[in-house]
Ligand binder design. Structure first.
Ligand code: 4AD
Ligand code: MG
Length: 439
């Protein structure tokens, strides 16, 4: 028989236990560890908001309830009623003294992810279960915080969220990485970027952003490339390259500082050296592409003017600084068709890549866009892109054109860097990679 207090006990989440010190509460969760000490049982429960140790004494429980402890397996789903007690040594600062327990399900005894080391291949095949472990939960909580901070920053600075389509008639970032679909009678592709549509939206709203999944059919098998990733892309009318850099450094430093403040516990779980993140404050250093080539040559890397940089070059460049590094003014030949040439030096474009420190690579790519109709038409031809698919985009240069700029930031790249997780597969719940579509 439950006492009246037990019957009336409120259901609470583990992260609210501190508000219920000395009270009887109900917690719903999953069993992570169980130690059976004869007349004493120690359970560690997880409920999504945190973990808590719950302790049961044989003398406090009915024989039927007590008997259930014998069969408990990892991941069994339980409802526990008990008294919250302050305990300095407990992970969340509180412990629960169990008075009653209902077992919703005894999980099958062969839960594949035991508390031992597993290979990454095995864990990836069991991603649907791996998500439950401490480190994966910490990374994905930080991901949610990064997304919230990104949106807050833009919402609070006058950027209007305008969603862009995912099925698109043309390439934005070059044709080599398109996922093609066969439905509309003419080829349609999964979006590589919402940018071209953002450029239409700014003439209606001034400052906009889109945020959504992005698809790249890359055949690259690197730790920095996913076939499906999430990108936030701000775009602003009348903004030129200097304004763009200011926007990016304000945005990125706000996100990093917000995560440091709000997700300290998760960063600790990940054993992240947060002193490195504390430095991430605007302004960020800036070098030109030409200076970057010189720096790379000085460091023994054989880079020719005109080449785009890969991961190795980015790591060498970024390692010279304690915060993200802007590299500006790349050769036009290394970049996308829409980038505005430098009027002083048309062989380079008014663009910037933002490179994270500690070897995490490019986190943002952006530029000023071509606003002149004739020049844009010429570039589309030079890139052998189908002019008819871009007629609407050219219209934007006919009816009220203006200088404008924007950038895209890959959420997974930023999360990887903030968490200190080098491989992007752990920064998204269900990664899509070369040869990887299950689960
Ligand atoms: O540099 P990218 O290709 O730029 C664009 O798509 C522009 N249209 C964005 C814009 O100006 N609105 O991609 C932007 C960012 C990269 O800096 C990187 O963080 C991320 O998107 N990214 C990827 N992340 C994971 N996997 C991939 N395959 C990625 N490709 C790009
Ligand atoms: Mg780029």
């Amino acid at each position: 028989m439950q006492s009246t207090e037990e019957q009336q006990a409120p259901s609470v989440y583990i992260d609210e236990l501190g508000k219920h010190d000395e009270q009887t509460v109900v917690v719903h969760g999953w069993l992570m560890h169980h130690r059976d000490k004869k007349k004493l049982q120690f359970l560690v429960l997880r409920d999504g908001t945190g973990t808590v140790q719950a302790v049961a004494f044989q003398d406090d429980l009915s024989p039927e309830t007590w008997a259930q402890f014998r069969d408990l397996t990892q991941e069994s789903s339980l409802v526990i009623t008990g008294v919250v007690r302050k305990d300095e040594r407990a992970p969340g600062g509180y412990e629960i003294g169990i008075k009653d327990m209902q077992v919703f399900q005894i999980a099958a005894p062969d839960y594949p992810i035991a508390p031992k080391e597993h290979g990454v291949g095995f864990l990836m095949e069991h991603r649907h279960l791996w998500l439950r472990s401490n480190k994966q939960r910490a990374v994905l909580r930080i991901r949610a915080e990064v997304i919230k901070a990104a949106r807050d920053y833009l919402d609070n600075n006058g950027y209007v969220l305008v969603d862009t389509p995912i099925l698109t008639p043309a390439a934005c970032e070059g044709t080599s990485t398109l996922f093609e679909t066969d439905y509309f009678g003419t080829p349609a592709f999964l979006a590589q970027s919402g940018q071209l549509y953002n450029e239409a939206d700014i003439a209606a709203f001034g400052k906009v952003y889109c945020f959504g999944p992005t698809f790249r059919a890359e055949k690259s098998k690197t730790r920095r490339h996913l076939m499906e990733f999430w990108m936030v892309e701000p775009e602003a009318a009348w903004m030129e390259l200097p304004g763009l850099l200011e926007l990016e450094e304000g945005f990125v430093s706000y996100i990093v500082q917000t995560v440091l403040e709000k997700r300290a516990a998760e960063l600790e779980t990940l054993e992240r050296d947060t002193s490195k993140l504390a430095n991430v404050l605007a302004p960020f250093p800036r070098i030109t592409y030409d200076e970057a080539v010189q720096l790379l040559n000085k460091n023994g890397l054989d880079v020719q003017w005109g080449d785009d940089f890969g991961g190795d070059e980015e790591t060498v460049l970024a390692s010279q600084y304690d915060r993200p590094l802007f590299i500006t003014h790349y050769p036009a030949q290394a970049k996308a068709f829409y980038m505005q040439p430098d009027p002083e030096r048309p062989e380079v474009v008014l663009c910037a890549d933002l490179i994270a420190p500690e070897g995490y690579g490019e986190i943002c790519g952006g530029s000023q866009r071509i606003h002149d109709l004739a020049l844009l038409r010429q570039r589309i031809e030079e890139h052998h892109l189908p002019m008819e698919a871009f007629e609407w985009y050219l219209d934007l240069r006919k009816y009220g054109t203006m200088p404008h700029s924007g950038f895209g930031m890959g959420i997974e790249r930023l999360v990887g860097w903030i968490c200190g997780v080098p491989h992007l597969r752990e920064t998204i719940p269900f990664p899509r990679m070369l040869d990887k579509i299950y689960p």
